[in-house]
Design a protein around this ligand. Structure first.
Ligand SMILES: CC(C)(COP(=O)(O)OP(=O)(O)OC[C@H]1O[C@@H](n2cnc3c(N)ncnc32)[C@H](O)[C@@H]1OP(=O)(O)O)[C@@H](O)C(=O)NCCC(=O)NCCS
Length: 127
C-alpha cells in the first residue's frame, strides 16, 4: 500500500506539475497473494481530473520469476489534491482522454468521484 501511494503520488505530480497530497484511498481488495521472491509490478494512470483533484488508478501485479506467471494481486483508486505554495488546493490541467481505454477510465473515474462526493459517501470529517 505504501508503494501504491508512492507511485500514485508520482503520477499525480507528473500530471499536475504541483505538489500533491493523498486525499483518499478507495476500498482495496486483494485478489491473489504475493509470495516472497515475487517481483511486484505497479501500474498507475490518471483516470479523471476535477478542478484541483485527480483520481489515480493503481494496479499491482506479482510476477513469479521462476515460472514467469503474472497475477493481478490488487487494485485501488487514490485521490490526490494539488497544492499551491501556501498549501491550498490549486487548479490543475484538465485530462483529455484520447484512446478508448482512456475514455472508459475517465467515465468510470467520473462516476466514482460522484459516488465519493454523494450523500451516501460523504468524505468530509464533519459533513
Ligand atoms: C486533501 C485536502 C488538501 C483537501 O482540502 P480541502 O480544504 O478540504 O479542499 P476542498 O474542499 O477545497 O477540496 C479540494 C478538492 O479536494 C477534493 N477532496 C477533498 N477531500 C477529499 C477526500 N477525502 N476524498 C476525495 N476528494 C477530496 C475535493 O473534491 C476537491 O476536488 P476538486 O477541486 O477537483 O473539485 C486537505 O483535506 C488535506 O490537506 N488533507 C490532508 C492530506 C494529507 O496529509 N495526506 C497525506 C496522508 S498520509
Amino acid at each position: 500500500m505504501k508503494l501504491m501511494d508512492e507511485i500514485a503520488g508520482s503520477v499525480a505530480v507528473l500530471h499536475s506539475r504541483k505538489n500533491a497530497v493523498t486525499a483518499s484511498v478507495d476500498q482495496m481488495s486483494f485478489y491473489d497473494p504475493v509470495y516472497i521472491g515475487n517481483l511486484l509490478i505497479l501500474k498507475a494512470s490518471v483516470n479523471y481530473v476535477g478542478n484541483t483533484s485527480m483520481e489515480i488508478g493503481v494496479r499491482i501485479e506479482a510476477r513469479d520469476l521462476r515460472t514467469g506467471n503474472v497475477a493481478h494481486t490488487g487494485s485501488s483508486y487514490l485521490t490526490f489534491v494539488a497544492l499551491d505554495e501556501s498549501g491550498k488546493p490549486t487548479q490543475i490541467a484538465k485530462l483529455i482522454p484520447k484512446t478508448l481505454a482512456e475514455k472508459r477510465r475517465y467515465a468510470e473515474g467520473k462516476a466514482r468521484r460522484e459516488h465519493r462526493l454523494s450523500g451516501t459517501a460523504k468524505y468530509k470529517r464533519n459533513a
